[in-house]
Design a protein around this ligand. Structure first.
Ligand code: ZN
Length: 510
């Protein structure tokens, strides 16, 4: 059995290398919607919004007007894209400053909800979209879990290359392991530091000790904690070269304005998970309340983002700055009875003993199939030499279930850049169904370890220096494209393991 597993791993590894070498993108895309993006109908005039999503009367943020140089939907396809960078070759920077903002768990549809009729709007994002490129089909990889995907963004590589796959079953040790921040790939911040450019990270933990450091004022890592407001305030202090508190508590002033600044905030993710009182929100009990809280939280995030834009403007560097805002994964809603017992029963009917395991747990000797994951998806580990007919029989039996949302086969997982340890089969529940250990009766659930579009499609916006203005890109993009695009904008090389592409559709001719 162990031999078989290693053979499978080798086969997977070869597949992945094949994928990397041939540059094939993961085949999961989303149907391109021909409708007019929600924000195009938004009229400016909303004021700043507090942490409960309530607008106030002062209107500085709302002063931004939305003017499209191109009509939404006509987008980038009109202009032929000029090849602008060759691998490993430095080019002239298109942007003096690059600010990479990550709002953890920012599903693209939140943006659509907020900008639909009756919604609070997102005037700052809309303003940035008017001077940038909005990607309507940007997606994350597998697993859609925070650390692997945050790592994918900063390295430009999928888990098969950077090595972080979060939770997995180790057959040789017969135990389920959970990873921390393991990352064997180079980060964009390490490239920036090596290139001699000043940088900083405000709580972007994937760059902590990986290109930014708590004790290095020129490549500073700070961790203010708290809400997005605290983090944006800290970022503004760094940009204005005001004293900030380093992780050791001492005061630090950065010697120059960072050319690369990363900011991370998890307010939206916490609201989406709906596990308790987070940053001023109480529990949502149903879908409508859940969605409403997310929309209000996004309005707050947007308002505070305006402070950052204002600060760049005050410093006179707004036009030299590219702002990239994206996320590690989306969020799927779930509720009601768990479908996990039926999965175990279905596998039992086929003659297999299946067991779901959490971190640190071991499989019993009679277990045929180890299942790892839960909530929205299940990773399958077969403990015998499974044949193709057996493999297909399992998929066919599960496909008939009303809760079945979809699956990725071994081959598809490899093509999508998943780590071989993610398992030999990955299935997910159709929202609002789920595979949690218990039923979810009272509160609304939110989770993102799913292949469903709600979990995979993320917000992605590039705006400002070096970026085309008012472009809506419907072509698929991946979060691994962010790091090579930052490299391009700053005129530095790509991170060594980068598999992504420069998002040429968004790059302005210069
Ligand atoms: Zn996350």
């Amino acid at each position: 059995m162990r031999k078989k597993t290693s053979e499978l791993s080798i086969a997977l590894f070869m597949l992945i290398i094949g994928v990397i070498l041939t540059g094939i993108k993961p085949g999961i895309g989303f149907s391109s919607q021909g409708s007019i993006p929600a924000y195009s109908s938004y009229a400016s005039g909303h004021g700043p919004v507090n942490n409960d999503g309530v607008a106030s009367h002062s209107a500085r943020v709302g002063d931004y007007s939305v003017e499209f140089k191109e009509q939404p939907g006509e987008g980038s396809r009109k202009e032929p894209v000029k090849p602008m960078i060759r691998d490993g070759v430095k080019s002239e920077p298109c942007a003096t400053y690059v600010i990479y903002i990550n709002w953890d768990g920012f599903a693209y549809r939140y943006y659509e909800w907020a900008n639909s009729p009756g919604g609070p709007g997102t005037p700052v994002l809309n303003y940035l979209a008017s001077r940038g490129a909005l990607f309507t089909n940007a997606y994350c990889g597998f697993p859609g879990t925070t650390v692997p995907m945050q790592t994918s963004i900063v390295t430009g590589a999928w888990p098969a290359v950077h090595g972080n796959t979060h939770l997995y079953y180790d057959p040789s040790e017969n135990v389920v392991e959970q990873m921390n921040r393991e990352n064997s790939s180079e980060t964009i911040a390490e490239v920036v530091a090596e290139s001699g450019l000043p940088s900083a990270s405000v709580q972007q933990f994937a760059l902590e000790g990986r290109g930014t450091w708590p004790n290095d004022p020129r490549h500073l890592y700070v961790q203010p904690s708290g809400s997005w407001h605290e983090r944006v305030t800290e970022a503004i202090k760094i940009l204005k070269q005001a004293p900030v508190k380093a992780c050791g508590g001492q005061s630090v002033v950065v010697p120059e304005i960072p050319r690369f600044l990363a900011i991370y905030a998890d307010d939206l993710d916490a609201t989406g998970h709906n596990l308790g009182i987070n940053y001023g929100f109480s529990l949502a009990l149903n879908y409508e309340a859940w969605r409403d809280r997310l929309v209000r939280k996004l309005a707050y995030m947007d308002s505070e983002l305006g402070l950052l834009v204002d600060a760049l403007n005050d410093l006179g560097i707004l036009d030299q700055s590219a702002i990239i805002l994206t996320s590690d994964h989306g969020m799927s809603y779930f509720k009601g009875e768990t479908s996990l017992p039926d999965v175990l029963e279905t596998l039992g009917e086929l003659g297999y003993t299946a067991e779901i395991l959490s971190e640190g747990e071991e499989a019993s000797p009679c277990t045929d199939i180890v299942l790892v994951g839960g909530d929205l998806s299940l990773q399958f580990y077969f403990r015998w030499d499974i044949t193709l007919p057996e493999y297909n029989e399992i998929i066919d039996a599960l496909k008939k279930k009303p809760y079945f949302g979809g699956y990725m086969s071994l081959h598809e997982l490899a093509k999508a850049g998943a780590h071989p340890d993610l398992g030999s089969l990955f299935i997910w529940a159709k929202p609002p169904c789920h595979f949690s250990p218990g039923n979810l009766r009272l509160r609304a659930g939110g989770q993102h370890n799913s292949g469903d579009e709600s979990s995979r499609r993320v917000f992605m916006l590039l705006s400002g220096a070096g970026i085309k203005e008012g472009v809506v890109v419907d072509e698929p993009a991946a979060i691994i494209d962010v790091a090579p695009t930052i490299s391009h904008l700053l005129g530095v090389r790509k991170p060594a393991g980068s598999m992504g592409r420069v998002l040429e559709e968004a790059i302005a001719a210069h």
